[in-house]
Design a protein around this ligand. Structure first.
Ligand SMILES: [Zn+2]
Ligand SMILES: [Zn+2]
Length: 391
């Protein structure tokens, strides 16, 4: 649905990425790294304490069932130690004192509210919840894993961790995690009620009798077939492309960039992807393995991780495969729709993954999207002038 020939080659999506002074890479000794880390750990520690105090309002019921309180308290204590330590280091470096002071203030409030010894709050019968625990835990795990990979073997070496639009995508990350209740409602409640007529007890009994690894592989393949179909439709149906264009407006790829999704897109795609597993009646363990794998791969394929993974890159979707999907160069338009298995694109004739180079530019060709999460939410619903006629 992106038609490069109709648009001026000087379109913003085609211009090379330039880094201004505020986007300078972080350097040791100037206090920015320790200041940001102090504020980040201080914020997460305070939010974690609030999760302990208001568990019914701020934590995810399906995650709560699997928590080990001792491990969580140790994590919280470690977060406060890191925040305090980095805050003191910022002062010692005598730079960015405001960042250090903010980090120490947040840690102080977390301590005043009880710190890692805070008791778990009383139970309430509440109608809804915010997935603050999911946000904290996934942010810690993803940042630790993907920033390590991106630093060990970066694709673009000159791209800083806090690259332009990082905070913009960070807001999508926050929203997508806090709203997990809505997404869970769609997959755990809406799918069963809408598609109960598809259930066949014989089929489900047979499927559940298969080894777990076979169930996992079948769930992976069928989910990716659904992903392929919905993703391709979003590129080929003009109305749907308006929603998906928000995801393609990313111009710098990293682990955070994949969070940029129009709110309505994951509501639909997650239902579609989970439908085959629901019809087949997949077991809990294979389903959990699939959800963890899908989450990991979603972060990985967008990351600025440059290792091409040898022959494995032909079997599973890697950063090289999905970076080509996000490319705005002519050869990269409308290709590589699969989320997990490049083989599906080979089967349906949409595979394109040169191994001697990566795409030059990323983003939407022509008609650049507005900046800001709210404007991007409204973007698909707004009337726009038709594109200029070809010259
Ligand atoms: Zn796409
Ligand atoms: Zn993507």
């Amino acid at each position: 649905m992106r038609e490069p020939d109709r648009f001026d080659a000087s379109s913003p999506a085609r211009r090379p990425v330039k880094l201004d002074d505020t986007d300078r890479p972080l350097r040791l000794g100037e206090g920015r790294i320790s200041g940001y880390l102090s504020v980040a750990f201080g914020t997460l520690s305070l939010l974690a304490v609030l999760c302990f105090i208001f568990p019914d309002y701020l934590t995810t019921p399906s995650l709560r069932a699997g928590y080990d309180l001792g491990v969580l308290r140790t994590l919280l204590a470690a977060g406060m130690v890191f925040s305090g330590g980095f805050g003191v280091l910022t002062f010692a470096l005598n730079r960015r004192k405001r960042l250090g002071a903010l980090g120490l203030l947040l840690t102080g409030i977390a301590l005043a509210l009880g710190g890692s010894a805070v008791p778990v709050g009383p139970r309430h019968d509440v109608p809804g919840f915010i997935g603050l625990d999911w946000f904290i835990l996934d942010l810690l795990a993803s940042a630790l894993l993907f920033i390590t990979l991106e630093k060990l073997s970066p694709h673009r070496r000159d791209q800083p961790i806090l690259r332009p639009d990082f905070w913009h995508d960070g807001r999508y990350f926050i929203f997508n995690h806090l709203a997990i209740g809505i997404f869970l409602f769609m997959t755990v409640r809406a799918v069963p009620s809408l598609f109960s007529w598809t259930i066949n007890a014989g089929l489900q009994g047979w499927f559940r009798s298969l080894p777990g690894v076979v169930q996992f592989l079948v769930v992976l393949v069928t989910a990716d077939l659904m992903e392929y179909a919905t993703h391709r439709a979003m590129h080929e149906v003009p109305f749907l492309w308006r929603f998906h264009a928000v995801h393609h407006s990313v111009e710098r790829m990293d682990w955070m960039a994949g969070s940029r999704l129009h709110f309505l897109e994951p509501l639909v795609t997650r239902m579609a992807v989970m439908l085959p597993a629901f019809i087949l009646g997949a077991g809990d363990a294979p389903l959990l393995c699939y959800i963890v794998w899908a989450g990991f791969q979603a972060g990985l394929v967008h990351s600025n991780f440059g290792l091409e993974l040898g022959p494995l890159k032909y079997l599973v979707a890697t950063p090289l495969f999905h970076h080509w999907h996000h490319g705005s160069d002519k050869e990269a338009i409308d290709i590589n729709y699969a989320a997990h298995l490049p083989l599906l694109d080979r089967l349906f004739g949409t595979y394109h993954m040169p191994t001697d180079r990566w795409p030059e530019n990323y983003g939407v060709v022509g008609d650049p999207l507005p900046k800001g999460i709210w404007r991007q939410f409204l973007y698909p619903f707004q009337r726009r002038d038709p594109p200029p006629p070809p010259v």
